[in-house]
Design a protein around this ligand. Structure first.
Ligand code: CA
Length: 227
């Protein structure tokens, strides 16, 4: 059962959202201010946060920034202000969706479902292998807690492979996944990108531990931690 944290200081709205979300099969936690929200995120690691921007003390922007620094949990922002610059700012700060008040609770439930569905990488927001974290939500990889600074193509390769650990992808399949279509003759460019990717994520690129070569077939992400 997905856990949803509702961050809002107006009790009527909290109870309205709680009843609709619970009826839709979610477990609902609530927080009435930003500091309580951050404590709940740390303690309960919710699957999604519904965050009102108008909060006492810490405002929603600051709360969203601090939640993002803690973990890659999806955030749906609520606001009374139907202003284009707020939407843009919210999306730039990593909000996954945006609902303006007054809203229909059914609409919020539908958005919650859609965002949860979109964020499913075999049920994972992130994958951890040894010292490597593949953060699907934040769209980055970290090693020993430092960002790996991947190019877009390197990230997409890693994302595709790590979304299905143990599954072998041919070079053509990888090109198709990354560029949206496949073309022959460019398979060797995959090897070049894999080589660069390994330089950034592997402790020892010459003996890869995460992105493995399957001779005569292609590549796969290590199915389990090996060492
Ligand atoms: Ca509020």
């Amino acid at each position: 059962m997905p856990t949803i944290l509702v961050v809002e200081d107006e009790p009527e709205i909290v109870e309205l959202l709680r009843s609709y979300l619970e009826r839709d099969g979610h477990r609902v936690l609530t927080a009435a201010d930003g500091e309580a929200a951050i404590r709940e995120v740390e303690a309960a690691t919710p699957d999604l946060v519904v965050l009102d921007l108008m909060l006492p003390r810490l405002d929603g922007w600051e709360v969203s920034r601090r939640i993002r620094a803690l973990m890659p949990v999806p955030i749906i922002m609520l606001t009374a202000r139907d202003r284009e610059e707020d939407k843009i700012r919210g999306l730039e700060l990593g909000a996954d969706d945006y609902v303006t008040k007054p809203f229909s609770p059914r609409e919020v439930v539908a958005r919650v479902r859609a965002v949860l569905r979109r964020n499913r990488h075999e049920g994972r927001d992130a994958l951890v292998r040894g010292d490597l974290i593949v953060d699907f939500r934040g769209q980055e990889a970290r090693r020993d807690d430092a960002p790996c600074r991947l190019t877009h193509t390197e990230w997409r390769l890693l994302e595709v492979l790590a979304s299905h650990p143990g599954q072998v992808f041919t070079r053509l399949q990888l090109i198709d996944q990354i560029y949206g279509y496949s073309f022959e003759g460019f398979e060797r460019t995959v090897d070049a990108h894999i080589k660069n990717l390994r330089q950034k994520i592997e402790p020892n690129p010459r003996e890869p531990r995460y992105v493995l070569t399957v001779y005569g077939a292609g590549y796969k992400f290590a199915p389990t931690t090996n060492g």
